[in-house]
Design a protein around this ligand. Structure first.
Ligand code: FMN
Length: 423
């Protein structure tokens, strides 16, 4: 059976995927930017608009990391405002379960679901670092291994509150001991759509037990298929079926008039994303030492990485993703020497790749092929220019997917659960 594709629009995050130096780039704070991307996504009949969240600004070398844009406004405030200027588009917010409290978050999501007539979604994230906890005066607060038990308990407590509507509640477990009355009537969706973004075994198990959709990093055919069958394979033990978890990898794209034109544009975008300064900072995160004296157009540093606690970078994904710096450095040296890459070339090679590159026709084919081959159920698209980076996709790729009968031309119902086909 031909699958229907799900699409979501990721408002650009605070990282170098977004090219802020582009003359077309706008503000990431002003409301107009949010409105532009949301309205484009709704015009294109996307399932939802997505906001990531970081609760503490990233730092490097003891200073706020300022090579990318810095700062972002509060999720609920933005989504509530967007509810007023959109009608059908789902509104997904990333809200942390380690530092918040279930009563407050349940009130906020139930309210958003009311204000939007059933379009709210909650991406439940746990966050990694003690560094973020300091913003909440809790230091590390929870060991990483306890974060998913708190997350599950947090979510089940919030569900109890959503289900209670106005009335008495009581919840006691290892993390929460709360009772009282919940004040927000049951909302249109009952419970907002639950998204999940963890990638560890515990994260995947949590998603299989509780989530309606999962946001992943695995957007290629092979990695996507492996992830897809892994998480879908975990559902049965929770009495759930394959269609109850929608798998949505993040995906970037570059469109051109022809495939060759798009390849050329993509090469330019990658160099915009990884400036010389960005490349050096990126290496510092892995080497765990100051590399500011190195030339980004020269060879990789000959000094060895400092092994042990990372003291250079705080709040950076790269530190977690490359868990074994010694092995990573060895591998990168081999690659750089085999392909004669400078520091900047190497960083582009290992960090900046667009998922879909081509003419509208070939991007539509690439997306549909991945979905039909069970590498995904759709994608959360991350444009590299804010706020206009989705316009061309909406105008050229979406109509082709519609013509091919794999993407909706009209919303079939009012709620985000309707769009995602989940109950
Ligand atoms: C694709 C993806 C997106 C994520 N987005 C966010 C985010 O916006 N904000 C956040 O605090 N954590 C985010 N996380 C972090 C997860 O919530 C989680 O804390 C982290 O991945 C560690 O759990 P894990 O070991 O199960 O992956 C994201 C993780 C992934 C894989």
């Amino acid at each position: 059976m031909t699958k229907q594709i799900h699409l979501a629009a990721h408002f650009p995050g605070v990282n170098n995927t977004t090219v802020w130096s582009d003359p077309q780039a706008g503000s990431h704070i002003e409301f107009d930017s949010f409105v532009h991307l949301a309205r484009t996504a709704e015009r294109a009949k996307f399932d939802f608009f997505f906001l990531a969240e970081g609760l503490r600004l990233r730092e490097q070398g003891g200073k706020i990391y300022d090579l990318d844009v810095v700062g972002r406004p509060d999720t609920f405030t933005v989504l509530a405002a967007l509810a007023a200027v959109t009608e059908r588009l789902g509104l997904a917010g990333t809200i942390n379960s380690t530092f918040n409290e279930p009563y407050e978050v349940a009130r906020q999501f139930a309210s958003l679901d009311h204000l939007s007539d059933g379009r709210a979604a909650w991406n439940v994230v746990t966050s990694w670092d003690a560094f973020t906890g300091e913003n909440f005066r809790r230091g590390g607060f929870l060991a990483n291994e306890d974060r998913y038990t708190r997350a599950e308990s947090f979510l089940r407590t919030a569900w109890k509150l959503f289900d209670t509507g106005v009335g008495q509640f009581e919840h006691k477990d290892q993390h929460f001991d709360i009772s009282g009355t919940f004040g927000v009537p049951r909302s249109p969706q009952g419970r907002p759509v639950i998204l999940q973004a963890g990638d560890s075994d515990e994260g995947r198990e949590f998603a299989a037990a509780t989530a309606d959709a999962i946001f992943s990093r695995h957007g290629t055919l092979e990695a996507g298929q492996k992830f897809y069958s892994d998480v879908k394979g975990r559902l049965a033990k929770y009495g759930r079926t394959h269609d109850q978890l929608v798998v949505l990898p993040a995906a970037t794209f570059v469109l051109g008039d022809t495939d060759a034109d798009a390849q050329e544009k993509a090469a330019v975008v990658r160099r915009q994303q990884v400036s010389g300064a960005t490349a050096i900072r990126f290496l510092e995160q892995i080497w765990n030492r100051d590399l500011s004296a190195y030339d980004p157009d020269g060879p990789l540093p000959e000094v060895e990485p400092v092994i042990g606690e990372n003291t250079i970078a705080k709040g950076r994904a790269s530190v977690r993703m490359f868990k074994d710096p010694a092995a990573t450095v060895k591998q990168w040296r081999e690659k750089a020497s085999a392909k004669n890459l400078s520091i900047r070339d190497l960083v582009i090679d290992v960090s900046a790749r667009q998922n879909f590159i081509g003419s509208a026709d070939s991007v539509a084919t690439q997306i549909n092929d991945l979905v039909q081959q069970d590498a995904a159920d759709g994608f959360i698209l991350v444009p590299h220019v804010t706020p206009g980076g989705l316009d061309e996709f909406a105008d050229t790729v979406v109509p082709l997917l519609q013509e091919r009968g794999v993407f909706r031309s009209e919303y079939s119902g009012p709620t985000l659960r309707d769009h995602l086909g989940i109950r």
